[in-house]
Design a protein around this ligand. Structure first.
Ligand SMILES: Cc1cc2nc3c(=O)[nH]c(=O)nc-3n(C[C@H](O)[C@H](O)[C@H](O)COP(=O)(O)OP(=O)(O)OC[C@H]3O[C@@H](n4cnc5c(N)ncnc54)[C@H](O)[C@@H]3O)c2cc1C
Length: 292
């Protein structure tokens, strides 16, 4: 199908982009990598009168290490997330997940910000940034604001972003000492959207898990934290019995719905398998080299 007619404007700065949006009276959408919005226009799921291209805005570019943590510009491509040395060192969970996102041709253009704003419940990055306790730097007609990840993903394809706001960057707080983390997913073919995926972030001191953040994707309307599993792991050795116990309580955290691709019970079973697989891997791992 062909998209309905629309105008196109390339913005040079955030202020120009916001000005163009204001003049459209709310009938415009931002265009970043275009890998989700262009198909959705072609399918006529959306019909804005104006597309404002934000893909060249310098304010949304760059990956930098600051005192507050790793700041990743919204325009960082999936390929940059996969290969950037700062991301690989300070947020390896993100680079590990990026290898599972789509295929190289898509990763070369699709942006980190576009992926997070889309908030597809099957996407890898939203689950990972929830594990990493990310902070979203947003700018809009009312100025700039910061939103913590726990308040960002609200529902299926819905975030805290108001119409006309732009995600500028995402801050990943510094990794604590003794951090162990891992990502994995189960997909029918590598690069397909996953049947289930999980990001696991643990602080393990002298063999005991002191902090745990575990987040799944493709099992609910948003990236889903498994807080009861986290609680089951906290204060205990990271060993086979505790991993079995954690797997056993996962059904109290997740309740995936049946859909045309999989029964919910199968998806929960796969989530449990994945959780055990990652935890056993982390039990045999040492802390991240970057953790001071
Ligand atoms: C064949 C294929 C396979 C894919 N496989 C996967 C996969 O396995 N896993 C996965 O997670 N994703 C997958 N994707 C989706 C891909 O990662 C998307 O491109 C990405 O999710 C959106 O990024 P984009 O830069 O292309 O955004 P766009 O398509 O340009 O925009 C997406 C939405 O976000 C808004 N937006 C974009 N940037 C900003 C910003 N900075 N501030 C505010 N709003 C913004 C746009 O207005 C639009 O509503 C796949 C896509 C394709 C085409």
């Amino acid at each position: 199908m062909k998209p309905p007619p629309f105008d196109y404007q390339l913005a040079d700065s955030v202020s120009q982009a916001l000005d163009l949006y204001a003049r459209s009276e709310g009938d415009a959408l931002w265009l970043a990598g275009g890998h989700s919005i262009v198909p959705s226009l072609a399918l006529r799921l959306q019909a804005p009168s104006l597309l404002i291209d934000i893909s060249r805005l310098p304010e949304l570019m760059g990956i930098t290490l600051t005192e507050e943590g790793l700041r990743i510009g919204a325009l960082a491509t999936h390929a940059q997330i996969l290969s950037d040395p700062l991301v690989r060192t300070h947020a390896p969970l993100l680079s590990e997940a990026a290898a599972h996102v789509a295929h190289p041709a898509i990763r070369n253009r699709a942006t980190f910000g576009g992926n997070l704003v889309l908030a597809d419940p099957a996407s890898e990055f939203p689950a990972v940034v929830r594990c990493l306790d990310a902070v979203f730097d947003i700018v809009g007609p009312e100025g700039a604001r910061q939103v913590g990840v726990e308040d960002f993903f609200l529902d299926l394809f819905t975030t805290a972003l108001e119409p006309g706001e732009i995600l500028r960057s995402v801050l990943i707080p510094p990794a604590p000492a003794s951090l162990r983390c891992g990502f994995d997913e189960l997909a029918r073919r590598h690069g397909d959207f996953a049947m289930v995926g999980a990001a696991v972030w643990l602080v393990v001191a002298e063999g005991v898990t002191t902090e745990a953040r575990i987040c799944f994707h493709s099992v609910g309307p948003t990236p889903m934290r498994a807080t009861l599993v986290e609680e089951a792991l906290r204060g205990r050795p990271l060993a086979a019995d505790e991993i079995n116990a954690a797997q056993a309580v996962l059904g109290n955290d997740l309740d995936p719905a049946d859909d045309v691709t999989l029964p919910g019970a199968t998806r929960l079973h796969l989530a449990r398998v994945l959780l055990g697989r990652i935890l056993h891997r982390l039990a045999g791992q040492t802390a991240m080299e970057t953790a001071a």
